[in-house]
Design a protein around this ligand. Structure first.
Ligand code: NAD
Ligand code: ZN
Length: 342
């Protein structure tokens, strides 16, 4: 089969022939239809310091996908050939305290699809059956392809109650864009998106943000005041990984507010802990998706009218992977989809 491979340490990815994955008795083999490009894939492609210390080539990259099952192992009874599925990209150990208690998203021994094992930028991908999410017939396959980052958005946006609350989203990358739509769908009053990039601010407003502001030009406390918030934001979703964004969010929170941090900073961030103490803020880190509560919520929110399609801005065939990666790297794109059937 053809796959996008990190073949040796260093920058670049190669589209090349590799053996099809072998399916163990508990595994499912999926013929990949569509995939989404994630920041992680860009890090691996460019071979930044994180990739150099994390990735062991050769590796098939990619973890956001949708496809159809073509083969199941002998223990697999819940799925069969022809089912349209996506995969949870975190393969957990199944044996630690949290896994045994059903809190699989807290497993400390998680192995990432397309990071620690061969991934989904390929014509076929194999996963344990416990990592498979079965879609309803008729789902938009482009949306199904991005259930992984959509799940990051849902996990973060629903980390704290947003019904009737005022929500700040810092960073309007694909995940922040979807989180803004989720917060609005879940009943927030105001959803303010803070994002320096005007292209992404425009998409945020199409996705239901009350207002999208440039943090270099606007103080978030002024924005909150102008909208009529009495003290500040009740909930903040940190989706930029940027130090200034985190500090600005902390500074614009109301007493008793809550900050969910998904963004991954590239270096240490210093913050004024006094503000957290005296405002009595709750700060929670978010990694991945809750298995499978987040997946359930994604499904039913789409079925009840949530629309995340404006976050998808570019489509390529896998043969044009260089153009697809360039679009994702440009910073002006939302989600970039590659089609593996063409
Ligand atoms: P992205 O890089 O496309 O988006 C980040 C956005 O933040 C960019 O649009 C950027 O312009 C904006 N930004 C930069 N400085 C800012 C500032 N001062 N204020 C507000 N916005 C600012 O990323 P993405 O793919 O949407 O992912 C969002 C973040 O979540 C990234 O940091 C990513 O690494 C991280 N992530 C975490 C998990 C997890 O499980 N915790 C999973 C996936 C991604
Ligand atoms: Zn575990």
């Amino acid at each position: 089969m053809l796959a996008l491979v990190k073949n040796a340490p260093g920058p670049g990815l190669e589209l090349r022939e590799v053996p099809e994955p072998r399916v163990g008795i508990n595994d499912v083999l999926v013929r990949v239809h569509k995939t989404g490009i994630c920041g992680t894939d860009l890090h691996i492609a460019s071979w930044d310091p994180w990739a150099a210390k994390t990735i062991v080539p050769p590796l098939v990259v990619g973890h956001e996908f949708v496809g159809e099952i073509v083969e199941v192992g002998s223990n697999v009874a819940d799925f069969g050939p022809g089912d349209l599925v996506s995969g949870e990209g975190h393969v957990v150990c199944g044996r630690c305290r949290h896994c045994l208690a059903g809190r699989r998203h807290l497993c400390a021994r998680t192995i990432g699809l397309g990071v620690g094992r061969d991934g989904a930028f390929a014509q076929y991908v194999a996963l344990p059956m416990t990592n498979i999410w079965h879609h309803w017939a008729g789902i938009d396959e482009e949306v199904a392809a991005i259930f992984d980052p959509f799940g990051n958005a849902v996990h973060t946006a629903l980390a704290f109650p947003v019904l009737g609350e005022d929500v700040l989203v810092s960073g309007a990358g694909p995940i922040g864009l979807m989180a803004a739509a989720v917060a609005r769908h879940a009943g927030a009053r105001f959803v303010v998106v803070s994002e320096p990039n005007p292209v992404r601010r425009a998409i945020a407003e199409r996705m239901g943000a009350t207002l999208a502001v440039d943090p270099r030009q606007r103080d978030l406390r002024d924005v909150a005041g102008e909208l009529g918030m009495v003290e500040g934001f009740d909930v903040a979703l940190e989706m930029s990984g940027n130090a200034a964004a985190l500090r600005a969010a902390i500074g614009a929170m109301a007493h008793g507010g809550a900050i969910a941090i998904l963004g991954i900073p590239t270096e240490e961030i210093s913050i004024d802990v006094n503000e957290i103490v005296f405002k009595m803020l709750t700060v929670r880190g978010i990694y991945g998706r809750e298995m499978y509560e987040t997946w359930y919520k994604m499904t039913v929110m789409l079925q009840s009218g949530l629309d995340v399609t404006p976050a998808i801005t570019h489509r390529f065939t896998f043969r044009d992977h260089e153009a697809a990666f360039a679009a994702a790297r440009s910073g002006d794109a939302g989600k970039v989809i590659m089609d593996w059937t063409a």
